[in-house]
Design a protein around this ligand. Structure first.
Ligand code: HEC
Length: 145
């Protein structure tokens, strides 16, 4: 996939966050959705910088990257309880295939550790791997609607 398409797709993921959240009652489901919402916010910042929609700012890019790393670190704990809610988009495979879910989390952490946000060009390249890691986990473990 071309980088621009991938970044556009990632911004689309980010944009759906607010909608999906409405009416969630289970606090654990709400907490993991809040975590994902933060992931989406940071990804949106990076994606917009990579596309030149907002000015490139290395300090802000680093802060967004750090935010993504710390949210990714929280994924195992946030998804450990098998919490359910009618509004949840979590697939049961998260718990029946926990090794696969762990591997997808590791793929995300790896993409973030390798990310280079020192210039807009480097950032655009890194966004490809970041977006691919989001999509890979969503494809297997999130019900897309
Ligand atoms: C290891 C798996 C995994 C990774 C990596 C991952 N997600 Fe998710 N994401 C999920 C699951 C599972 C859900 C559904 C949670 C639920 O509804 O209970 C979700 C839900 C979301 C939601 C909807 C939240 C809501 O309010 O309902 C957004 C937005 C999102 N993810 C963005 C991202 C972005 C952006 C990235 C990459 C930077 C990312 N995710 C990486 C598993 C993952």
């Amino acid at each position: 996939m071309r980088p621009t398409l991938t970044i556009a797709a990632t911004l689309a993921i980010a944009a759906t966050a607010a909608l999906a959240h409405t009416g969630v009652k289970d606090p654990q489901v709400m907490a993991r959705m809040d975590g994902m919402k933060l992931m989406a916010d940071h990804t949106k910042t990076l994606g917009q910088m990579a596309r030149g929609r907002i000015a490139f700012d290395n300090t802000k890019a680093l802060a967004a990257l750090e935010g993504l790393k710390s949210e990714t670190d929280r994924i195992p704990a946030l998804f450990a309880p098998r919490a359910a809610d009618p509004k949840s988009e979590a697939k049961s495979e998260i718990w029946t295939d926990s090794a696969g879910f762990k591997a997808s989390t590791a793929q995300m952490a790896n993409a973030l550790n390798l990310a280079d946000v020192a210039s807009p060009e480097a950032l655009a390249g890194s966004m490809r791997a970041i977006a691919a890691a989001c999509s890979a986990c969503h494809k297997d473990y999130r019900i897309e609607n």
